[in-house]
Design a binder for this molecule. Sequence first.
Ligand code: COA
Length: 334
Amino acid sequence: MSIKATITAISHYVPEDILSNSDLEKLVDTNDEWIKSRTGISERRILKKGATSDLAFPAVQNILKQRNISPLEIDTIIVATVTPDMFFPSTACILQEKIGAKNAFAFDLNAACSGFLYALVVGSQMIESGSQKKVLVVGADKMSSILNYKDRNTCILFGDGAGAVLLEPSEDETFGVLDNRLYSDGSGKDFLYMKGGGSLNPATHETVDQQLHYIFQDGKSVFKVAVIGMADVSAELMTRNNLTSENIDWLVPHQANLRIIDACAERMGIDKSKVMINIERYGNTTAATIPLCLSEWWHARKIIKGQNIILSSFGAGYTWGAVYLRWSLDPPTN
Ligand code: COA
């Protein structure tokens, strides 16, 4: 019997402060109607004080409580993020210390908006190898820390948040993380990036003056490849697992733009009622969007044991991919 990894606890955290479209109207030349119709976003959350590990911490605390385990039982912590607390040590190490997971080894993974899927696959394979029993996979980003609130092309899109899951060996190999397909294409570096602060452009007065420490995105170019990438990889996973749109219960797409989500669902033939969407409340939280959706839906008792779920993402790099899950977690008790 082969071991499969399955999600045995799930949680999320978003900060309290809301930045609405009308708040943004005061900062840049934009309006609520444009933002809603072009992106589907109404508001996003902003962490005013603290760092990415402070977003991840409450989510992970909830997971330990939910599963009723000691932090000492955690074997591995993977944090997917593009907004680490600092370059080093890793945010995963900072989180490890915060939760007291003294027996875990911890590392960050950077695959931008596909970070959670990449981390989920890496974590699952550690479980499948038999070497790890409890792996925490976190997607967390404080996007407000790298946004230019004078650039209307980007500042309206993103928000702060975190989502996390605990992976453990599945008791039944027909449940859990059943298949995945991940892709990268480094030519995407010209369309979505943050050039300042790294070894290419170490921080200087000039790099700050040139605003290189902010996100840059050529939205139109990214939009086109995101639709094709997410739809194609999801279709590939459906075909090789003999899944039709009827026997997929949920599509969990990365939440970058409602129009991308709609186009992807349409190309997959999936009815909108089966697509998890919360972009209107949080915007694009980068590595957090997918676990944030899954967690909200599970807490609302909308995900049922045995359901087939496709997770699908596209992000900077370019990175993209899809994961096929069969849900094994019972609904929350309270
Ligand atoms: N408010 C008002 N007008 C805006 C605006 C804003 N916030 N941002 C841009 N505009 C203007 C542009 O200047 C442009 O004006 P022009 O025609 O006079 O030049 C017009 O609106 C259309 O801009 P465009 O960039 O073509 O809009 P779009 O329909 O492509 O939408 C994005 C822009 C960013 C929302 C969209 O391209 C997108 O979502 N891209 C992909 C994001 C993504 O998936 N990223 C990957 C994961 S992070």
